[in-house]
Design a binder for this molecule. Structure first.
Ligand code: SF4
Length: 518
C-alpha cells in the first residue's frame, strides 16, 4: 500500500525534450529484490526525476508499494528497502507524460483484489502514453470502476485487474489490442512479473539475466525460445524446477540498469510480446505480431543513457558517429569544437574526429543542478543558465567555435548559450545539432512543448540561426541519423521531425493533461 508524502521538488529547469519514464521488474527468489530495484532505478534516473517507486511481494504474500515525489536517492531509506522484502519487485521513475506532477500520479500503481471492481491484486509501472486514455477511462467509469489518479497507467492497471480471465497473461493478451499508443509496461502479481510492449515497440524494454546464486541456475542465452530456464507448463508458485533453480530474469527500460546490478543483457522484449518472469524462468507469448515496428529514433539521439545498448548499438558510439556524419554534411571554418555538456559530448567528439579540429570543454557544468530545489530569486535570475553552465573565457576567448548539441526544442537555452560564449570572447559561434529540426509534438510519452513553441516551427534554418544569434546553424539530416545507428525508417518512429505518426489516431491526441481536461 502507498504510504508517506513529502514536498514536491521543482522539476529540472531545461529547454530540451523532457525525459519520459523508466521501468524495472525482477523475479529473483534468493536475491534482495528491492535493493536491486533501487539501484536499477538509480541507473534509470535520467528518464524521470519527478517521482520514484518500488512495489515488492513474497510469492503468495501481499504486495507492498513505496512511492514518493523526488529522486530515487531521496525517496527510499535503508528502512524502506528492508520493509519492501520479497522475491519479486517492480520499480518506476517518472516524468509526467499524462497527468500532472502529483503524488497520486506516481507509480507503481496498485489495485487491490475486491476493491474498485478488481478481481486480482497487482502493481503496475508504465512508460509511454495512451492515446485512447479518455475513452477507456469513460468505459471503465461506466462500469463503476473508480480511480485515484489522472494517469493513464491506472487505466491499464484497472483494465487488467478487473479482467475475468484466470491467468494474468490471458487478461493482458485480451487488453493489449485495446490500448492505443506507446507503452512498455511491467505488472506484478503475488507470484510473477509480466512485461509487455506495444505492438509498434515505440518505447524500449530489455530483458536481463542475473548471475546465478551459489550453486544455483545457469545464465543461459534466452533469445528466441518459448520457455527459457525451466520446464514448459503451469508450475504453481513456489514449485521447484527439475534440475535446480532456473535463471532469474529482470526487465528494464534500458540495459544500463542491468550493468549496475550485475545482470547481463539478453535481448529486447519484442513489440507486442508478453513475457512472464516467474518460477518457470522466462516465458514468452506474441500478441499482434504484424504491426509496423516504430521504435523511437530519439532514444538513440537523446533520451537513453550513452552506456545503454539499443538496436545492437552502444549509444555513446552511435552518437559519436552522428557527430562524424554531421561534420561531413555541414563542416565549419573554425578553431575549436566544444560540446554543450553533457548532451552534446559524444557528438562533439565525433565532429572533432571527423573534421580534424581540436576539441575542448568550453563550459563547466554543475552536475548537481537537478538537485537544486531552492528558487534562484530575483538577484540571481538574471544570470540564468550560469546556474547550470559556466563558460571558460580562457578556452573560448578569441576563437571561432563549433558548438555541438543534440537537439533544440524552443531555443531559449541555445540562445543563452550563444550569448554566454560571445560574452566570454568567442569571435564566431557555429551551432551544429546532431538531430534534424524538431517541428512536431510527440504523442508517445515525450513532452516536447507545443508545435507553436518549437523554434523550428515554420522557420527556415537561416531564420532559426538569426533567432539564436549564431553565425551559422546546421542540423544532422534524418538519413544521417539512420546511417549513424545502422537502422532504417521502416522500423522506426521519427514523427517529431517529419510529422508522420505511426499510430492511428495520433493527430487527435490530447496531451499530458488529457484526463484532467476530460
Ligand atoms: Fe520518439 Fe519523436 Fe516518435 Fe516521440 S515522435 S516516439 S520522440 S521519434
Amino acid at each position: 500500500m502507498p504510504y508517506g508524502r513529502a514536498g514536491s521538488p521543482r522539476p529540472e529547469d531545461r529547454d530540451g525534450p523532457r525525459d519520459e519514464c523508466g521501468v524495472f521488474g525482477i523475479y529473483a527468489p534468493g536475491h534482495e529484490v528491492s535493493r536491486l530495484s533501487y539501484f536499477a532505478l538509480y541507473a534509470l534516473q535520467h528518464r524521470g526525476q519527478e517521482s520514484a517507486g518500488i512495489a515488492a511481494a513474497d510469492r503468495g504474500g501481499n504486495i507492498m508499494t513505496r512511492r514518493e515525489l523526488g529522486l530515487v536517492s531521496q525517496v527510499f531509506s535503508e528502512n524502506d528497502l528492508r520493509t519492501l522484502r520479497g522475491e519479486l519487485a517492480i520499480g518506476h521513475v517518472r516524468y509526467s507524460t499524462t497527468g500532472s506532477n502529483a503524488w497520486e500520479n506516481s507509480q507503481p500503481v496498485q489495485r487491490s483484489e475486491g476493491t474498485n471492481g478488481s478481481s486480482r491484486e497487482l502493481a503496475l509501472a508504465h512508460n509511454g502514453n495512451m492515446i485512447n486514455a479518455v475513452e477507456l477511462h469513460e468505459e471503465l467509469s461506466e462500469r463503476g470502476v473508480t480511480f485515484s489518479s489522472t494517469s493513464d497507467s491506472e487505466i491499464v492497471a484497472a483494465l487488467i485487474a478487473t479482467h475475468p480471465a484466470e491467468r494474468i497473461e490471458d487478461a493482458i493478451a485480451d487488453v493489449l489490442p485495446r490500448l492505443n499508443g506507446a507503452f512498455s509496461i511491467v505488472v506484478m502479481t503475488k507470484d510473477r512479473v509480466v512485461a509487455f510492449r506495444d505492438p509498434h515497440g515505440l518505447r524500449p524494454l530489455a530483458i536481463g539475466v542475473l548471475p546465478p546464486t551459489d550453486g544455483a541456475g545457469r545464465a543461459e542465452s534466452a533469445s528466441g525460445e518459448e520457455t527459457i530456464g525451466g520446464r514448459d507448463g503451469d508450475e504453481g508458485p513456489g514449485e521447484e524446477v527439475e534440475g535446480g533453480e532456473p535463471p532469474r530474469y529482470c526487465v528494464a527500460s534500458e540495459s544500463c540498469a542491468f550493468d549496475i546490478i550485475g545482470a547481463t543483457f539478453v535481448r529486447d522484449v519484442e513489440p507486442g510480446e508478453v513475457v512472464t518472469l516467474g518460477a518457470q524462468g522466462l516465458q514468452s507469448r506474441r500478441v499482434m505480431p504484424d504491426a509496423r515496428k516504430s521504435f523511437c529514433v530519439f532514444e538513440y539521439i537523446y533520451f537513453a543513457r550513452p552506456d545503454s545498448r539499443m538496436n545492437g548499438q552502444v549509444l555513446q558510439v552511435a552518437r559519436g558517429r552522428m557527430g562524424e556524419i554531421l561534420a561531413r554534411e555541414s563542416p565549419a571554418e573554425a578553431d575549436l569544437v566544444i560540446p554543450v555538456p553533457d548532451s552534446g559530448n559524444a557528438a562533439a567528439r565525433g565532429f572533432a574526429r571527423a573534421s580534424g579540429l581540436p576539441q575542448d570543454d568550453g563550459f563547466v557544468k554543475n552536475r548537481y543542478v537537478a538537485r537544486t530545489f531552492i528558487q534562484p530569486g530575483q538577484e540571481l535570475r538574471k544570470h540564468g543558465l550560469r546556474l547550470k553552465f559556466n563558460p571558460l573565457p580562457e578556452v573560448v576567448g578569441g576563437k571561432r567555435l563549433v558548438v555541438v548539441d543534440d537537439s533544440i526544442v524552443r531555443g531559449n537555452t541555445t540562445r543563452q548559450i550563444v550569448q554566454m560564449l560571445r560574452d566570454a570572447g568567442a569571435t564566431e559561434v557555429h551551432m551544429r545539432i546532431s538531430a534534424p529540426p524538431i517541428k512536431h509534438p510527440c504523442h508517445y510519452g515525450i513532452d516536447m512543448s507545443t508545435r507553436e513553441e518549437m523554434i523550428a516551427h515554420e522557420r527556415s534554418v537561416e531564420e532559426i540561426a538569426e533567432e539564436l544569434g549564431c553565425d551559422s546553424l546546421a542540423y544532422l539530416s534524418l538519413d544521417g541519423v539512420y546511417e549513424a545507428v545502422g537502422a532504417t525508417r521502416a522500423t522506426h518512429c521519427d514523427a517529431c521531425f517529419t510529422g508522420e505518426y505511426p499510430v492511428k489516431g495520433s493527430d487527435g491526441a490530447q496531451g499530458k493533461y488529457a484526463l484532467e481536461i476530460a
